[in-house]
Write a protein that binds this ligand. Structure first.
Ligand SMILES: Cc1ncc(COP(=O)(O)O)c(C=O)c1O
Length: 386
């Protein structure tokens, strides 16, 4: 094992008498991951941070502050509401709203100094009118669709815009941006196709800085980096592809659940809903206070494992809403007893390992983590090496 699981919790984490589980977020590891990704870039390329969905479930305010402490100055969120919340803790950074300009709240973008990513000609028009109304130039990113058929101007719309500068009067474009559909597989031919499509559109806006790469795009290579990269998952210790762990980054999350009860059961017997697990030999079962309502996905029943120090304890039966059973037959009794903790996610069993067991991606594991855990943040202070 890379790192043994502490059964003894830190004093702060011990103060969890009310919680069934403890989610520890290592902000120093997030800072190190940011620096590791930034080290992949050529001089002059900026590294932003994607902190949408509440910092991939880990807390956008805490993650944002930790990253600002190591020099990150540009942050991407999905929604204006997320941006306003982030602005309250980061008054001086640039905040970009990926899901665009919500017309009902255009004034909020101005008031909170938010930069929309303009995703279609209608948004460009609304922002242009707002700039005229406020008599000041307003910043924006222009997104173009290079093949993903999700958000962004289509190539012909970008061409129209480039031909008529009046349509962007008063808009201070900061970047031309696009997003890769298949960056989790560096060998996918569509990466090159999107790169070529992006190059074509870039020529229409000759002096505009550009941004294309997420975490996967950073790893594909420098051709994809342009002026600004936008990593998300790598910051949180995950890999764009759960099949290929990303050695460059460190695990950030540790998830531990409290053992409520130990039961010795004799065959023939079963465990949990639907009698999904049959007991064929004497078994010791630990029932732990974590379930799918905590984001420990129901599909992990019978498929994942936890750890008690170096002992691997399989999940048995179905995951319930608030409870999960583990087979602790082979764990010394003094380690597996009520009040002790089992670790489900940590350095020995990462978000990508859990994602593989659940046949999903680390992104979903992270963003499913509920607010019911006691959240415990470690590190993240200003570092001298930013
Ligand atoms: C437009 C955009 N850029 C960057 C990212 C960050 O991607 P990743 O988490 O794969 O690094 C995302 C995430 O979904 C995104 O939608």
């Amino acid at each position: 094992m890379a790192d043994s699981t502490p059964l003894t919790l830190s004093p702060e984490a011990m103060n969890t008498g009310l919680a069934g589980g403890i989610l520890t977020v290592d902000l120093t590891a997030i800072q190190q991951n940011y620096k590791a990704l930034r080290d992949q870039l050529a001089e002059g390329v900026s590294c932003a941070a994607v902190v949408k969905a509440n910092g991939y479930g880990l807390g956008a305010a805490a993650v944002g502050q930790a990253l600002a402490n190591v020099g990150c100055r540009r942050f991407f969120v999905a929604l204006p509401e997320e941006a306003i919340t982030l602005r309250a803790v980061l008054p001086r950074v640039e905040i970009f709203v990926l899901n665009g300009l919500f017309p009902e709240v255009v004034g909020d973008y101005v008031e909170h100094r938010l930069t929309p990513v303009l995703n279609h000609p209608g948004e460009v028009e609304v922002w242009r009118i707002q700039a005229r109304k406020t008599s000041k130039s307003l910043p924006a990113i222009l997104q173009v669709d290079t093949g993903m058929s999700r958000l962004g101007l289509q190539p012909h719309e970008a061409e129209h815009l480039a031909e008529d500068s009046g349509r962007i009067a008063g808009i201070a474009l900061q970047y031309l941006m696009s997003h890769l559909a298949c960056a989790d597989d560096p060998d996918d031919f569509r990466n090159t196709e999107q790169l070529m499509a992006f190059e074509h559109i870039r020529r229409l806006f000759p002096n505009l800085p550009s941004s294309l790469a997420n975490t996967g795009g950073i790893l594909i290579g420098k051709d994809y980096h342009y002026n600004l990269v936008r990593p998300g998952i790598g910051l949180y210790g995950g890999s764009p592809s759960s099949d290929q762990p990303l050695d460059l980054v460190k695990p950030v999350v540790r998830l531990q659940g409290r053992i409520l009860q130990i039961r010795e059961i004799a065959p023939p017997s079963f465990v949990g809903y639907g009698a999904a697990h049959s007991v064929r030999e004497p078994t010791r079962v630990a029932t732990v206070s974590i379930g799918y309502a905590d984001g420990y996905l129901r599909c992990l029943g019978g498929k994942s494992v936890g750890f008690i120090q170096d002992y691997v304890v399989p999940v048995i039966g179905r995951v319930s809403m608030d409870l999960t059973a583990f087979d602790v037959t082979h764990v010394p009794r003094h380690l597996a007893q009520p009040g002790n903790f089992i670790e489900f996610i940590g350095p020995d069993f990462t978000i990508d390992d859990v994602a593989k067991a659940a046949e999903t991606i680390g992104y979903e594991i992270l963003t499913s983590l509920s607010t019911r855990y006691h959240r415990h943040y470690i590190g993240g202070e200003i570092s001298g090496t930013s």
